[in-house]
Design a protein around this ligand. Structure first.
Ligand code: GRF
Length: 204
């Protein structure tokens, strides 16, 4: 299934998806890496892997989210994209975009949703004193960091943790669960019933 990965930064989750998709048996094919910033570190990594890349500068569309998305949609169409994976993509998408890609648009968030939606999740987890933290892969709905959950992984919060040490522990899990969850979606194993996503056994 031709899949686009949307990034804004270093792209370590994108790299994990590219690595997984390098296996011909992987059900998603990364056909495009699209960034809203020309300086996103992940672009270089994608180019080195021989993956088509595109930049749609969100800055060039200041105050015109619809125009920005029209430009993105054109890129997605040009590359025959059927699934979109957000991987550190730092723009909020409109209801229109999210609706058009309903159940074909997936995100990774560095917390155990529904806790700690939004930014600075590791600092907030430390400040809250939670003993478990983690990451979530979910289908995207209109609300930020909302939508049916596909996969989660939990990590312990350890004494002496900093944002950096906790974040690194979570990130290692992100790199594990995102390729797995995208594979389920691409293989057609995800059924959505209301707010809940069910993952069927392979071949079911
Ligand atoms: C990750 O923590 C991801 O969960 C969040 O943004 C960060 C992106 O990191 N949405 P990377 O660009 O994938 O390295």
């Amino acid at each position: 299934v031709p899949t686009a990965v949307l990034i804004s930064g270093r792209g370590s989750n994108m790299a994990a998806l590219l690595d997984a998709a390098a296996d011909p048996a992987y059900p998603a094919r990364i056909a495009l890496v699209l960034s809203n910033r020309a300086d996103a570190g992940g672009l270089e990594r994608a180019r080195a892997a021989g993956i088509p890349t595109a930049v749609v500068e969100s800055r060039a569309f200041k105050g015109d989210r619809a125009g920005f998305e029209v430009a993105m949609e054109a890129m997605l169409a040009e590359h025959g994209i059927e699934l979109v994976a957000l991987a550190g993509f730092m723009r909020v998408l409109t209801e229109g975009f999210v609706g058009r890609w309903q159940d074909r648009l997936v995100n990774i968030h560095p917390s155990l949703l529904p806790s700690f939606k939004g930014l600075d999740t590791h600092a907030r987890a430390l400040a809250a004193g939670v003993r478990l933290h983690g990451c979530t892969v979910h289908l995207v709905r209109h609300g930020v960091d909302e939508g049916p959950i596909l996969a989660q992984a939990a990590v312990p919060v350890l004494a002496g943790d900093t944002e950096a040490t906790l974040g690194a522990r979570v990130l290692a899990e992100e790199h594990r669960i995102y390729p797995a969850a995208l594979a389920w979606l691409a293989a057609g194993r995800v059924r959505v019933a209301g707010e809940i996503a069910h993952v069927e056994a392979p071949g079911a």
